[in-house]
Design a protein around this ligand. Structure first.
Ligand SMILES: [Zn+2]
Length: 374
């Protein structure tokens, strides 16, 4: 992030590195994100477990869109030079043929095809990059008007939609900007009625409404699943909608979704309550009991993987026949209650983009596991 300002002054670098070591942290923003331990001699992103001041990592992890990867430091990288590598720029980047690839792990983007070359940025798994060519184990990529290099073993061709899995996943970001207290039957043919859409809970620390948080996470789940080769149907991508819970289920039914993931956050009068749970119908559901085995498997797989990825407490799979949005389903379904917005710490975590990426990748892992993929 600040590494380009004094490249040709080794003494200054040493002193600066020493100062950073003494301070204990060269980049406070990165320390909370990286928890995975990598082999020390790979090109995967180094973790804070081994802070080498010889090779400062400069990731800021909050971004994985191509335009966002170009932080203000890009301007400074024109004179960036380490071990003889100089940033190579493209005069007419729009004329350069590229193919889309995705990263398979956290990995460094460098200005030259060598682990000694300066790190431009560390990107997260499944970041989409534009590949120009490949040579000697390094893939050359184009970001805006400059070339960077990434170790080829940590990228693969981006699957076309549906290419890898052939599965369609419907995602419903729970709630909407205004609840709808009109009622609808809790299941097909039911006499019992419930509100079409409840207004949801609200974050005690973040101040976020549940419908805002569920959409943030749902968009990340969408991106993650698409990068893995799933087709994705979003029930909503805006909060200014009015779609009842039964209607959401029917949209997924009509699309022939192979699984329906409904993203919610929990609330409790007990502010200490924390952790994730998933919800599906019971084996005696009067409307769609035949889908119970699949929904239960989906719920277990998603809950296990979500808790593993996010590191949160695992509550349980709740089997209930009281949920309109489940009862109307003719597709395997799970409601993901990803954590408690009434718990100050968990609410703050869920509002954090890095944590949201963990949740999203955990949900995708659970979907992979449900379909027996990898
Ligand atoms: Zn909810």
């Amino acid at each position: 992030m600040k590494r380009t300002t004094c490249k040709r002054q080794p003494l200054f670098i040493l002193l600066a590195a020493l100062f950073l070591c003494l301070c204990g942290c060269g980049n406070p923003g990165e320390t909370k994100q990286q928890t995975k331990a990598f082999p020390a001699d790979t090109e995967q992103a180094a973790t804070q477990a081994e802070p080498k001041d010889t090779e400062p990592e400069t990731d800021d992890f909050g971004n994985d869109l191509p335009e966002e990867t170009l932080s203000p430091e890009t301007e400074q990288t024109n004179d960036s030079e380490t071990e003889g590598f100089v940033l190579e720029t493209a005069e007419h980047p729009q004329d350069i043929p590229v193919t889309e690839i995705v990263t398979t792990d956290s990995v460094n983007l460098r200005i030259g095809p060598d682990t000694k070359a300066d790190v431009f940025q560390t990107v997260r798994p499944r970041t989409v990059l534009q590949k120009v060519s490949e040579s000697d184990g390094w893939t050359k990529i184009l970001i805006e008007n400059a070339y960077y290099y990434v170790k080829s073993e940590y990228v693969k061709d981006k699957p076309a939609p549906g290419e890898r899995t052939g599965f369609l996943i419907a995602i419903d970001a729970g709630h909407q900007s205004k609840g709808n207290s009109e009622t609808e039957p809790v299941g097909p043919g039911a006499s019992e009625q419930k509100a079409k859409v409840a207004s949801g809970t609200r974050g005690v620390s973040s101040g976020l409404a549940e419908y805002e948080l569920t959409l943030m996470v749902s968009m990340k789940v969408r991106d993650e699943l698409q990068a893995r080769g799933y087709e994705v149907l979003m029930i909503r991508e805006s909060s200014d909608v009015n779609i009842s819970n039964a209607e959401r289920a029917q949209i997924a039914n009509q699309a022939g979704a192979d699984a329906f993931i409904r993203i919610h956050a929990n609330g409790s009068e007990n502010s200490a309550s924390n952790g994730a749970m998933t919800i599906c119908q019971s084996p005696s559901n009067p409307y769609n009991a035949s889908l119970y085995p699949q929904s239960k498997s989906l719920s277990v797989n998603v809950l296990d993987a979500l808790c593993a990825a996010a590191g949160c407490a695992r509550q349980s799979v709740w089997e209930t026949d009281t949920m309109t949005g489940i009862n109307w389903c003719q597709t395997p379904v799970t409601i993901v209650e990803m954590g408690y917005m009434t718990n100050p710490a968990e609410d703050a975590a869920m509002a954090d983009a890095d944590y949201q990426y963990k949740i999203a990748s955990g949900i995708a892992d659970g979907i992979d596991a449900y379909f027996g993929i990898q």
